[in-house]
Design a protein around this ligand. Structure first.
Ligand code: AP5
Ligand code: MG
Length: 214
């Protein structure tokens, strides 16, 4: 199963991808997570990417495409994968089609997780992530038992640098202008599925699985 998860910042792509990993045993490929790791490691790639990420802009296609191409070649991708946050514009979607074509493969589905704009700001400003295991929380909706501490592993929780209100606004604008057109792109290809991304995390996951199994 080769999936693309489409959705605005805060739509719950990462949250749902983590649940899909458990159920289907295929890896999540989050370009945002890969880039954040490069920033944390202080690599040349991370240094280049940081300036774009801090402004809420897209990192240049060339950089991202190189990362994805390498990642898709790894052994754990043989059974499939969940692409989270990639592709982000038409050029990336076309490049992905080209890569898959070269490998004799195609996408199973592109799933658009739809959440009203009013809900996204609260989800993003309230997000906290464990430094150690990556578990996600939300101080408004799914707070940890003890403030700042991960329930699962006791790790320290952090707030993403780009989850500041001004940067979130920019990310939402970039999504509308550059990423939202991919809904039509995949619809034309006949592989688009849309789900309502409001409700509890488990409710959304059930809808997602129903769509995948239909
Ligand atoms: P990226 O990391 O991809 O961020 P994003 O698309 O902005 O999306 P988020 O990760 O913020 O949201 P999400 O949908 O994963 O939501 P989550 O599950 O965390 O990209 C970051 C940056 O990297 C970009 O701006 C760009 O610079 C660069 N980049 C990345 N990929 C790129 C690419 N391909 N090309 C170029 N540049 C790229 O949930 C959010 C919060 O909501 C959490 O607190 C969660 O607990 C909560 N939540 C989830 N579901 C629910 C629910 N049902 N009810 C209540 N709360 C919920
Ligand atoms: Mg995410």
């Amino acid at each position: 199963m080769r999936l693309v998860l489409l959705g605005a910042p805060g739509a719950g792509k990462g949250t749902q991808a983590k649940k899909l990993i458990e159920k289907y045993g295929i890896p999540q490929i989050s370009t945002g997570d890969i880039l954040r790791q490069a920033v944390a490691d202080g690599t040349p790639l991370g240094k280049e990417a940081k300036s774009y990420m801090d402004k809420g802009e897209l990192v240049p296609d060339k950089v991202v495409l190189g990362l994805v191409q390498e990642r898709l070649k790894q052994d754990d991708c043989k059974k499939g994968y969940i692409l989270d946050g990639f592709p982000r514009n038409t050029a990336q979607a076309e490049a992905l089609d080209g890569m898959l074509n070269d490998m004799g493969m195609s996408l199973t589905a592109a799933i658009s997780v739809d959440v009203p704009k009013e809900d996204l700001m609260k989800r993003l400003t309230g997000r906290r992530t464990c430094k150690n295991c990556g578990q996600m929380y939300n101080i408004y909706f799914t707070p940890p038992q003890k403030e700042g501490v991960c329930d699962k592993c006791g790790g320290e929780l952090f707030q993403r640098d780009d989850d500041k209100e001004e940067t979130i606004k920019k990310r939402l604008d970039v999504y509308e202008a550059q990423t939202a057109p991919l809904v039509e792109y995949y619809s034309k290809k006949g592989i688009l599925k849309s789900i309502d991304g409001t409700g509890s995390i488990d409710e959304i996951f059930n809808k997602l699985c129903a769509v995948l199994e239909s």
